[in-house]
Write a protein that binds this ligand. Structure first.
Ligand SMILES: Cc1cc2nc3c(=O)[nH]c(=O)nc-3n(C[C@H](O)[C@H](O)[C@H](O)COP(=O)(O)O)c2cc1C
Length: 377
C-alpha cells in the first residue's frame, strides 16, 4: 500500500544539486568529535563550529554536493570519548546552510526524539535559510543508551519503522497541506495542524532513510528519494543489492537512489594509503570505543564467529562501519567508478581529519572523477 501521503515530487533545488552529478559526493560526520574514524591519533577530528564552517565552505567551493551529519547525542566512550562532543544536526545544518551558497546540508533526525510537527517546522526554517538546500536523513533509532539519556523509549525494531511511517506521513502532510488537518495514528495524533511557511519554493526537501534490515529497506523504498545503507558485502554483490532495492521501490511506483558511506584514505601511493589506514585504524584504534560501538549495534553477540567480529571492529575503527576505500587517486577513482556502475548514486565520505585530508582529495580525486564522466566540471 502506498504511503498515505506519497512523498514523491522532491525538492527542485536539492534534487538538482544531486542530479548534477552521476555520482554525488559529500562529507559525513564532521559534526561529531572524531568524525567517523574511531582513533586516538593526535590529528583526529576536532568538531568545533569553526572547523565545521571552514570545512563546509571548502567543500562548497570545491563543488561537493552535500554535508551530512551523524545523528548522535552521546559518545562511545574509550580514551577519546569518541563522538561525545556533537552538534545537534538540525541546528548544525541551519548554520552550515547560512554559511554556504550551493552545497546541501542534511539533518539526521531521530524519529522518536522529535515531535513531527516541531521537526517539520525546524526543517522548514533550515530550508528557507538554505533557499531549498536542506535534506532530511531519517534515522529510526539504534543505540539504546542514547535514548535512555534523553528519557525516550526506543520502540522494538519493527515498531520503530511503524512509528517512522506515521512520523513521515505527518511531516509530509504538514509541509504540503494548505488547510488544517487532523491525523489519528497509533503513535501520533494531531489536530487542526497547519504550519507556515511551507518549505522553500513549496516543494518538500529531499528525503533519505538510513538502515540495513529488510524492514528498513522496505521503509526506504516506500518513502525515500535515496536509501542510506552500508555496503557490507563484497563489491561483486553490490549490483544485486542495489537492483533489489530499486525493484522494491518500483513496487511502490517510485524511484530510489542508493547512498552509501565510505572512509577514504587516499595518498600518492597505495603503500602510503595502506600504512596510514593501519596507523589510525589498527595500531591507534580507540579499542574501547570500537567495542562499545559494535556491541551497541548488536554486531558482537554470542554465536557470531570471531573473524566476523574482527572485521566489524576494523570497519568501526576505520570509519564508523563505512566501507574503506584505500589507495592512490587512480585506485580510489576506480573503486568509486565501480560503485557507481553497481547502482550507487551517492557517497558520504569520512576522512580522518577532514580539513587536512580534503584538499588532496579535491585536487587529485575530483578532477579524475570528472574525466571519468562521473561528475560535472
Ligand atoms: C549508513 C548508515 C548511517 C546511519 N547513521 C546513523 C546516525 O547517524 N545516527 C543514528 O542514530 N543511526 C544511524 N543509522 C542507524 C539506522 O537509522 C538504523 O537505526 C539502524 O541501521 C538499525 O536499523 P536496521 O536494523 O533497519 O538497519 C545509520 C545506519 C546506516 C546504515
Amino acid at each position: 500500500m502506498p504511503s498515505e501521503l506519497d512523498p514523491s515530487g522532491s525538492h527542485a533545488k536539492s534534487r538538482k544539486q544531486l542530479d548534477r552529478n552521476k555520482l554525488s559526493l559529500g562529507l559525513f560526520g564532521a559534526n561529531c568529535s572524531g568524525g567517523l574514524a574511531v582513533t586516538t591519533v593526535p590529528e583526529r577530528w576536532e568538531a568545533s563550529w569553526e572547523n565545521n564552517q571552514k570545512l563546509a565552505r571548502m567543500a562548497d567551493d570545491a563543488g561537493l554536493d552535500f554535508m551530512l551529519p551523524l545523528g548522535r547525542w552521546k559518545g562511545y566512550g574509550g580514551v577519546t570519548e569518541h563522538n561525545a562532543s556533537n552538534f545537534e544536526s538540525l541546528t548544525w545544518a541551519t548554520g552550515i546552510l547560512a554559511s554556504t551558497s550551493n552545497i546541501m546540508a542534511f539533518g539526521t533526525v531521530h524519529v522518536s526524539v522529535f515531535n513531527p510537527v516541531v521537526a517539520a517546522k525546524q526543517m522548514v526554517t533550515a530550508d528557507h535559510v538554505g533557499q531549498g538546500r536542506f535534506g532530511l536523513n531519517i534515522v529510526c533509532g539504534w543505540n539504546f543508551d542514547e535514548f535512555d539519556m534523553l528519557g525516550v523509549n526506543l520502540a522494538q525494531h519493527d515498531d520503530r519503522y511503524d512509528q517512522g511511517q506515521e512520523w513521515i506521513d505527518v511531516i509530509t502532510r504538514a509541509w504540503s497541506c494548505d488547510e488544517p488537518f487532523d491525523y489519528e495514528g497509533r503513535f501520533y495524533q494531531v489536530r487542526q495542524t497547519d504550519i507556515n511557511p511551507k518549505p522553500y519554493g513549496h516543494e518538500r526537501p529531499l528525503i533519505v532513510c538510513a538502515g540495513n534490515s529488510p524492514r528498513g529497506r522496505e521503509f526506504a523504498a516506500r518513502n525515500a528519494d535515496m536509501m542510506f545503507t552500508n555496503l557490507r558485502s563484497e563489491l561483486d554483490e553490490v549490483p544485486a543489492n542495489t537492483a533489489a532495492l530499486k525493484k522494491m521501490a518500483a513496487g511502490y511506483h517510485r524511484e530510489i537512489g542508493v547512498f552509501s558511506n565510505v572512509a577514504v584514505i587516499c595518498r600518492p601511493t597505495r603503500k602510503e594509503a595502506e600504512e596510514y589506514f593501519r596507523y589510525y585504524a589498527v595500531e591507534n584504534a580507540d579499542h574501547d570505543a570500537v567495542e562499545n560501538m559494535i556491541i551497541g549495534r548488536g554486531l558482537k553477540k554470542p554465536g557470531v564467529p570471531e573473524d566476523v567480529i574482527q572485521a566489524a571492529r576494523l570497519r568501526a575503527a576505520g570509519g564508523n562501519g563505512a566501507m574503506p576505500i584505500i589507495g592512490g587517486p587512480d585506485e580510489v577513482v576506480a573503486t568509486m567508478k565501480r560503485l557507481s556502475e553497481s547502482g550507487v548514486t551517492a557517497l558520504a565520505i569520512g576522512l580522518t581529519n577532514y580539513l587536512e585530508h580534503f584538499p588532496y582529495f579535491r585536487d587529485e580525486v575530483l578532477p579524475r572523477l570528472v574525466r571519468q564522466g562521473l561528475r560535472a566540471e
